[in-house]
Design a protein around this ligand. Structure first.
Ligand code: SIN
Length: 319
């Protein structure tokens, strides 16, 4: 699609960026998702000047992102696609909690037809903090959405740009809470300008792997759970999940996709009962390297939480 407009749409979903605490010195005892996205924007006068673009706000949800769910994802994806399809819109920015931001980013990457930027941003400190990080993150996200030739789903925080596939929250407190494992950031935001890391390609239109119509028309959400393989793991949890109607299991495996033998036996039973099994590694970096004789497919580098999303969408597509 031709991008003619300069309008940036900011979709609010809640999070710490919209959080408030009783005491400005308190960076952890706050309540997330208290300030509406329009008020957030109004509190950053400099934003209106960024790149000369018009900024418009829409509240899609107002949640602490630990409570994010498929229904909100669906609503968010449909609103994103609606705005992306509008020639007057240059890009979409989403304010989000840090805790599940990487999951939302991956869900959107899987379903959006994205010839424009979709930039998720967040904060580790509430809006009421003495030195909140949200305003700068929001300014950076808008600046990235206005930058030339940016297409696809990104996360921006603490001056770093991350892609939807690799981004992961890696710290529960510090302001630079995100990383992209072995890949590192895709680039950096510096005074409203983008500096891409070497050899980064961002100019390609990204077509969602799963048709967004499928999401729009879905009534039931496929049930996929994550199960952890660890020392002393047993098969009872997997057996119980199968009895409870689970349709897919993502195993957060040890090392290169290995699974405790007791859990492996239970997964074979689950597979016989028709449950799809996918292996991801619980290691923070790297990915499972497939080898002959593997019992189950691997997540092709997706973390367990992202592999869960892709398996849910696969099951939806197959239903
Ligand atoms: C949330 O994820 O909504 C709360 C935590 C945060 O945004 O940092």
């Amino acid at each position: 699609m031709q991008v003619s407009g300069q309008k940036i749409v900011v979709l609010g979903t809640g999070g710490t960026i919209a959080g408030t605490a009783a005491d400005a010195a308190d960076n952890i005892g706050y309540k997330a998702a208290q300030v509406g996205v329009r008020d957030l924007l109004a509190s950053i006068p400099a934003l209106r000047l960024a790149g000369g673009g018009a900024v418009e706000a829409e509240q899609v949800a107002q949640v602490d992102s630990k409570d994010m769910d498929f229904d909100i994802w669906k609503q968010l994806a449909l609103r994103c696609q609606h705005h992306l399809d509008n020639p007057a819109v240059r890009g979409v920015v989403i304010t989000h909690g840090t805790d599940t931001l990487e999951e939302t980013a991956w869900f959107l990457q899987e379903v959006l037809h994205c010839a424009k930027p979709v930039v998720l941003t967040s904060a580790m400190r509430p809006a009421s903090a003495l030195t909140p990080d949200g305003p700068q993150n929001l300014m950076d996200a808008v600046a990235l959405a206005l930058a030339p030739d940016v297409r696809g789903v990104f996360a921006v925080a603490a001056g770093e740009i991350h892609g939807a596939r690799l981004v992961q929250k890696v710290h529960p407190y510090r302001v630079n809470a995100f990383a992209s494992g072995d890949g590192g950031p895709m680039g950096w935001m510096e005074e409203g300008s983008v500096r891409w890391a070497p050899n980064i390609a961002v100019g390609h239109e990204s077509k969602g792997r799963i048709a967004i119509d499928l999401i729009a028309n879905s009534v039931v959400t496929p049930r996929v759970e994550i199960i952890l393989s660890h020392a002393g793991a047993q098969g009872r949890m997997a057996d119980a999940l199968v009895r409870d109607g689970v349709q897919g299991l993502v195993v957060a495996c040890t090392g290169n996709g290995t699974i405790h033998h007791a859990l492996e036996d239970a997964l074979l039973r689950a597979q016989s009962a028709g449950v799809r099994v996918v292996r991801a590694t619980r290691c923070i970096g790297g990915q499972v390297l497939p080898k002959p004789g593997d019992l189950w497919v691997d997540s092709r580098g997706l973390s367990p939480v992202k592999a869960r999303i892709s398996l849910m969408l696969d099951l939806l597509a197959a239903s």
